[in-house]
Design a protein around this ligand. Structure first.
Ligand SMILES: NC(=O)c1ccc[n+]([C@@H]2O[C@H](COP(=O)([O-])OP(=O)(O)OC[C@H]3O[C@@H](n4cnc5c(N)ncnc54)[C@H](OP(=O)(O)O)[C@@H]3O)[C@@H](O)[C@H]2O)c1
Length: 442
């Protein structure tokens, strides 16, 4: 025996008994993984398992789409029909990491109907179908984990589900999209304009060739929907969640934030309101140096969790890329092996989703009709020469007109708090002060 080997602590007869048990034998052997998708995430996982053979997982079958693509592994390793994996009972777990949300849903739903264990990274698919996928797991005793779908390597889904499953949360704020964060960092630090900053992000592989999902805040909206299910027990329709992106941003907006000592970040904000309802939105937002998100730059992600009893916690890490995302898939595989499943504990008594709120924004537009359309209930600042206005608008108006705002190149930043529709400024400040004192700020 090598000098650093640990001697078995059990006696020989006991060891023989364990070896005889099929369950124990299955527990001892590596788990066989069926991998669907061999792009950035699939190759990341493959590389991690190749470098870490003691992980307890081996990729047994790999399915991809294109039979003609050049691959870094021999052609004999690949097959092209994902459904063939569903019926292969020798596979302990299926990992779905393809870039086609519709095909991913068909496959994952079929696997869950067959009682399989599945890991996915597909946030767009999950955000659209989560209630159905949870119901399938409950009906068929299957398990679906998806840590990689939200903030890549940051263990936020399991933290919310398992650790904070019993504790009420006040607020969750996060930078959930590395591509837009990279663009904003370049614009803020180097004075780069939006188009070259985006081109840089694309060159470095941080942004897709079609950047609209990231820059239009559709990607962080899908992640916010997933976080809402675990943090508050509420299944949101992505369409109900306001998403405003940064496609219309210009140097003048960065200067506006800097003049206040703040940065612009795309922030997902989920919070419990004083009346117990929950709201969720993803918008560019002014972030001051007092926030942990102020220092989350470049392609990094960060999440601040404010819990009723634990107080504030902050998680920061890499939100994308083969290894960080592959690391999250590996963590899910290990969790499955230990029998872990999401509990969705808070879905037993879900709160109502609130959109009848007003929000303070900065709007810059060359199209005055947009200002009329948004029907500001209160204006605190207006600069004709820079074409911007700051004031309160109804969240519902922003949701209704978000496509038009995008079409006309308007740029919006959240500058302040939420308040009930029609509430006067002084009353809001008094209510905020009272609620902050009570630890329940808006
Ligand atoms: N990239 C990231 O950093 C990251 C981070 C978090 C989450 N995600 C999510 O992870 C998933 C995968 O992303 P990715 O960046 O790895 O994508 P990708 O690099 O574009 O690779 C996609 C892979 O899926 C395969 N594929 C597509 N349709 C298929 C089908 N119908 N059947 C079998 N294989 C199919 C492709 O096959 P071919 O090779 O033949 O084209 C390719 O291997 C997406 O849902 C994405 O949103 C990605």
């Amino acid at each position: 025996m090598p000098t650093n080997a640990i001697a078995p602590s059990h006696s020989a007869p006991a060891a023989a008994a364990v070896a005889a048990s099929p369950a124990a034998a299955a527990a001892a052997r590596p788990w066989r993984v069926g991998l669907i998708g061999f792009g950035c995430v699939g190759q990341g996982l493959h590389d991690i398992l190749a470098r870490h053979p003691a992980s307890g997982f081996v990729i047994s079958r790999i399915v991809v789409k294109s039979p003609t693509k050049l691959r870094p592994l021999p052609a004999s390793r690949f097959e092209f029909d994902a459904t063939a994996l569903l019926a292969d009972d020798s596979l302990d777990v299926l990992v779905e990491v393809i870039d086609d949300a519709a095909a991913a849903f068909t496959f994952v739903a079929a696997a869950l109907r067959r009682g399989r264990r599945v890991v996915t990274a597909n946030k767009a698919m999950l955000a659209r179908h989560l209630p159905e996928l949870v119901a399938l797991q409950r009906a068929h005793g299957s398990t679906l984990l998806y840590e990689a779908a939200v903030c890549g390597s940051i263990p936020v889904v399991r933290t919310l589900d398992a650790y904070f499953g019993a504790e009420p949360l006040r607020r969750l704020t996060g930078i959930l999209n590395g591509s837009s964060n990279y663009v904003l960092t370049r614009m803020g630090n180097s004075g780069t304009d939006y188009a070259p900053a985006l081109a840089q992000a694309q060159q470095l592989g941080f942004a897709e060739t079609d950047p609209s999902l990231d820059m239009g805040a559709f990607d962080p909206r899908a992640k916010a929907v997933l976080l809402a299910a675990h943090a508050y027990g509420v299944f949101l329709d992505p369409e109900q969640v306001l998403n405003l992106g940064i496609e219309g941003i210009a140097a003048t907006d960065i200067a506006f934030a800097a003049s206040r000592g703040q940065k612009i970040k795309v922030v997902a904000g989920l919070q419990r309101l004083p009346d117990g309802r929950v709201t969720a939105l993803v918008t560019p937002q002014l972030v001051g140096s007092g926030s942990p998100l102020f220092g989350v730059d470049e392609e990094f992600n960060g999440v601040v969790i404010e819990a009723d009893f634990a107080g504030e916690q902050f998680l920061r890490g890499r939100g994308a890329g083969g290894h960080p995302t592959g690391s999250a898939v590996l963590a899910d595989l290990a969790a499955l092996r230990q029998g872990f499943a999401y509990q969705y504990a808070k879905t037993a008594a879900p709160p109502t989703h609130a959109t009848d709120l007003e929000i303070e924004i900065y709007l810059r537009t060359a199209e005055p009709r947009l200002i009329d359309l948004l029907d500001f209930s209160e204006v605190s600042e207006e600069a004709d020469e820079d074409g911007y206005v700051v004031g309160y608008v109804a969240l519902a108006h922003l949701i209704t007109h978000r496509d038009l705002l995008r079409e006309y190149g308007a740029f919006i930043v959240r500058t302040g708090q939420l308040r009930p529709v029609g509430e006067a400024a002084e009353a809001t400040e008094a209510a905020e002060a009272a609620l902050e004192t009570a630890g329940r700020g808006w």
